[in-house]
Design a protein around this ligand. Structure first.
Ligand code: MN
Length: 192
């Protein structure tokens, strides 16, 4: 069964003005779709044609790993944002952030530094590491499951994620992600 491009969890204009429908037209409709199409071309007719995306990610390397991981990373990214998201969390997510980082402000500072400081293309992550929340970043298509950690939310810091709406200003995009987009509901779900 081929790998499919998942539906977005919201309309393409749902995160405007922070991320425009034009960004979704390219980032989801072209970049994410191309990773799906490339991966399917690579696994068609092979033993991996019926493998799960996660199994391919854990066993593949080179171009097959890059495309499989980018399919997974983008799906995680769309689910990491929600209309009305961002800001300091309350409830279980707020408690877990305070326990892991000391305060929301410390978390915000650490996540921003990881996202802005990732040289070149990559991803900033909130992960579960041994049951505790932590921040990490990865270059290119690399992702937490390759490092024994569980992804909770992610911010795409490849230029294609922000160039239409923010041009070269990655720090502005990352601050907008933290203040207006971060889906704390997804964090609550991951905490169980
Ligand atoms: Mn991307």
């Amino acid at each position: 069964m081929p790998i499919t491009l998942p539906d977005l969890p919201y309309a393409t204009d749902a995160l405007a003005p922070y991320l425009s429908a034009e960004t979704f037209e390219f980032h989801y409709g072209k970049h994410h779709k191309t990773y799906v199409d490339n991966l399917n071309k690579m696994i068609d007719g092979t033993d991996e044609a019926n493998a799960s995306l996660e199994d391919i990610i854990m066993s593949a390397d080179g171009g097959k790993f890059n495309n499989a991981a980018q399919v997974w990373n983008h799906t995680c990214y769309w689910n990491s944002m929600a209309p009305g998201g961002g800001g300091a969390p309350s409830g279980a997510a707020g408690d877990a952030i305070n326990e892991a980082f000391g305060s929301y402000d410390k978390f915000r500072e650490e996540f921003k530094a990881a996202a802005v400081g990732q040289f070149g293309s990559g991803w900033a992550w909130l992960v579960l590491d041994g049951g505790k929340l932590a921040v990490m970043n990865t270059p290119n298509a690399d992702l937490p499951m390759k490092h024994g950690k569980t992804a909770v939310i992610t911010c795409d810091v490849w230029e294609h994620a922000y160039y239409i709406d923010y041009r070269n200003k990655r720090p502005d995009y990352v601050e907008t992600f933290l203040d207006h987009l971060l889906n704390w509901g997804a964090v609550e779900s991951a905490l169980g």
